[in-house]
Write a protein that binds this ligand. Structure first.
Ligand code: M6R
Length: 364
């Protein structure tokens, strides 16, 4: 049932404040000052490295988590696309934790990669939405994301709930490795706690996306840029847009712009920059100036502080509530989804059942 929404995707985008709050409540202590796993024991001091394997949007959640685990817990993380990983048959170091992320828990390549790791990794963990799935059944540790049934082929609430659970695990790993104290842990948890309300604020101003996406719908190519943990969000924004609006879109690390993609820039290629005002913001501003100097049109997605530092010469902007940079990738998923959704609606494509795509890719 779509309720008041025209599409399941819209309904699922709007469910995010609620499902994220619930997911978080399942991974935090009653006083909301620390991470607490729901009856699952995991000791990250027993692992030297983490390998995360997934496909599509789930892979991009792993990509964000790599930044979190490495920065907070100082554990080296490799992220892998399941279809490459399984056929490459890589050597696996002992004391490796393998984490498989999948909404459906049935993605053929992810499942095959899991089976490859059986007997090679020290432990196998699954971050899944569907608990009765093959990937959940074949894992030693199962971390449910509690997103509820996701119908739209374009993954939305599963992505933000995957991020929520992976963020909680990264905080736990940091604590177990002695990298953060109780006060820092409470700060990180409270940053996560602030996201659902910030998401609700973004959703309350959804009307700004209509006119913006009418402009975007005329483009045949769109670039997304991001730095740090916003780089995977740039990839996710591009994946969502191409998947449901059929507009060609690419995501790049902002710093890679001058190594090739800048050759594409002219006034016909909108460049969407996902850049909360964080430690890397000024670097991104100089990348934006390079785009503008070549006649490129920039849509900057940032917060008030970001806009006051870099509003000059922008084509368009979206202002988001300020959040701790740690949780920005979760919040910035929402405008990325809304941009794709409203562009697709403007173009009249089949939002919930985009051509050539299946919700769950159970054959390779
Ligand atoms: O069920 P899974 O999370 O394993 O699915 C992985 C991908 O097929 C999925 O995320 C796909 O990329 C989505 N259609 C993206 O919106």
């Amino acid at each position: 049932d779509k309720g008041v929404h025209k599409h399941f995707m819209a309904k699922e985008i709007h469910e995010q404040p609620t499902v994220m709050s619930y997911a978080l409540s399942q991974y935090t202590a009653a006083d909301r000052a620390a991470v607490a796993l729901p009856g699952i024991a995991v000791d990250f001091t027993g692992f030297d490295r983490v390998v995360m394997v997934a496909c599509g949007t789930a892979h991009l959640a792993c990509h964000v988590a790599k930044y979190w685990f490495e920065q907070l817990a100082r554990i080296p993380v490799e992220i892998e696309v399941a279809s490459e990983f399984r056929y490459r048959e890589p050597p696996v170091a002992p004391r490796t934790l393998a984490i498989f992320v999948s909404q459906s828990g049935e993605t053929a390549d992810t499942l095959a990669a899991l089976r490859y790791m059986r007997g090679r990794a020290a432990a196998i963990a699954a971050v899944v939405n569907v608990l009765e799935s093959s990937i959940a059944r074949e894992s030693d540790l199962v971390f449910p994301i509690h997103a509820g049934v996701e119908v739209g082929v374009a993954s939305t609430k599963a992505f933000t709930c995957q991020l929520t659970v992976l963020a909680a695990l990264a905080i736990l790993a940091a604590r177990q490795n002695g990298r953060i104290d109780a006060a820092r842990e409470a700060e990180l948890v409270s940053a996560l706690e602030s996201v659902p309300a910030a998401m609700a604020q973004v959703l309350a101003h959804e009307e700004v996306y209509g006119p913006l996406c009418w402009e975007l719908s005329k483009a045949s190519d769109v670039l997304f840029l991001g730095r740090g943990a916003m780089y995977p969000l740039a990839l996710e924004g591009a994946l969502k847009l191409k998947e449901i609006s059929y507009i060609h879109a690419e995501g790049y690390a902002s710093g890679e712009l001058k190594h090739g993609p800048i050759a594409l820039i002219d006034e016909t290629v909108p460049v969407i920059v996902l850049a909360p005002s964080d430690a890397l913001f000024d670097k991104t501003v100089s990348n934006m100036q390079e785009v503008m100097a070549r006649g490129g049109r920039i849509l900057l997605v940032t917060d008030q502080a970001g806009l006051s530092r870099a509003s000059e010469g922008l084509w368009q902007s979206l202002r988001l509530p300020p959040v701790d940079p740690f949780v920005a990738p979760i919040l910035y998923a929402v405008p990325a989804q809304l941009l794709a959704y409203h562009t697709a609606v403007t173009k009249g494509t089949d939002v919930d059942q985009p051509r050539n795509l299946a919700k769950s890719v159970t054959v390779e």
